[in-house]
Design a binder for this molecule. Structure first.
Ligand SMILES: [Zn+2]
Length: 358
């Protein structure tokens, strides 16, 4: 099955650090594909180069004691997809970080081009997750140790002969692929690994709990910035400028909206149900705030009392946690202390979570 990436928003790199308790940590819950961040093209993998497939086009050489064409692809090879579904090579295409994270590798390897590996940690991710970007041009735009933001440029796609200029990218749950093939030392390389597995499917390689995962599926399931083209500049929540006109949202879902004019402020309502004798934490997230603005966040009780506010400087992300034993229709308010944008959205989310009674 051909995978199409459609409808990418034009976004610019956004700062997204959130304060959680006393510590500052990068929030990388929202993922976007590594190509197309600032253009309108469709990108995707041909069937033969999809995740977990065997590539019959790989001729010559061997690894794991079998010909390359017997190996399972541990990532996806992305080309630009033309109007008739053809694969268009993409030398020079801009490759961007799929989420906020830290670069742990930015070097050449034993296949063409350079490789970048970024680690992502987040309270909403089950475990540390790594994104891998291969066949990049020298020099890269980042180096090991750099913090990167979702949408930040890492480098560009390497020119390869035979119309084969593409990005190989992976999502996986292990950092170091340098020694994961002990029975086939000729397959070992450096940290990024080989990009293929055998005999296990990449889901289970090198172990069932620390293997690869389907990168496009992973990113799509966490794609906070995907919207159809037609919705690009629409604020579908308006009018929601007051406590009484707050727009309904659900717990556990990322949303996007806009402070679209001077003086605009956005109210959202969500229901909290607390069974007798138990308690809930209300977690509010506000992130991907447009550069050059300062948006802040407030939580209100069902009786319209201000319960908590989060006022980070500039466009730093906001986070509120509030413990409650009271049910009702709570409100969150997003407002601007300075600036606005009807082009760049912000991302927000409510989580109502079970909490131990205090
Ligand atoms: Zn590949």
């Amino acid at each position: 099955m051909r995978i199409l990436v459609t409808s990418l928003l034009i976004m610019i790199a956004l700062i997204s650090t959130a304060s959680i308790g006393q510590s500052q940590s990068a929030i990388s819950s929202i993922f976007t594909p590594p190509l197309g961040y600032r253009d309108d093209y469709d990108y995707g993998a041909p069937t033969y180069a999809d995740y977990g497939t065997k590539n019959e086009n790989l001729i010559g050489g061997s690894c794991f004691g079998v010909p390359w064409k017997e190996l399972y692809h541990a990532g996806e090879d992305w080309f630009r997809i033309g109007e008739n579904g053809e694969n268009i090579p993409i030398p020079g295409a801009e490759v961007t970080a799929v989420a906020d994270g830290t670069v742990i590798w930015a070097q050449p390897i034993n296949y063409p081009g350079r490789v970048v590996v970024v680690s992502h940690t987040d309270p909403l991710l089950p475990q540390t997750t790594y994104s891998v970007y291969s066949h990049l041009t020298d020099p890269l735009d980042v180096q090991a140790g750099d913090s990167v933001l979702r949408g930040q440029k890492l480098g560009t796609v390497l020119y390869q002969i035979n119309n084969n200029s593409h990005l190989h990218w992976e999502i996986r749950y292990f950092a170091d692929g340098s020694n994961i093939y002990p029975n086939y030392p000729n397959c070992n390389g450096s940290v990024p690994g080989r990009g293929y597995t055998y005999p296990e499917h990449p889901d289970n390689f090198p172990s069932a709990t620390a293997g690869y995962t389907d990168p496009f599926t992973f990113v799509t399931n966490r794609a906070g910035v995907f919207l159809p083209h037609l919705m690009r500049y629409e604020d579908t929540f308006e009018p929601n400028d007051s406590f009484n006109t707050a727009a309904s949202v659900n717990s556990g879902v990322w949303y996007q909206s806009y402070i679209s004019s001077s003086g605009d402020n956005d109210w959202y309502t969500f229901s909290v149900t607390v069974p007798s004798g138990s308690a809930r934490n209300i977690d509010l997230y506000l992130q991907s705030i447009p550069p050059g603005t300062n948006y802040n966040l407030e939580l209100y009780s069902p009786a319209n009392q201000l319960l908590r506010s989060s006022n980070q400087p500039s466009n730093n992300s906001e986070f509120i946690r509030y413990y409650t034993t009271s049910s009702g229709a709570y409100r969150m308010r997003v407002y601007s202390a300075s600036g606005f944008s009807h082009i760049d959205s912000y991302d927000f989310r409510v989580d109502v979570l079970s909490a131990p009674t205090q």
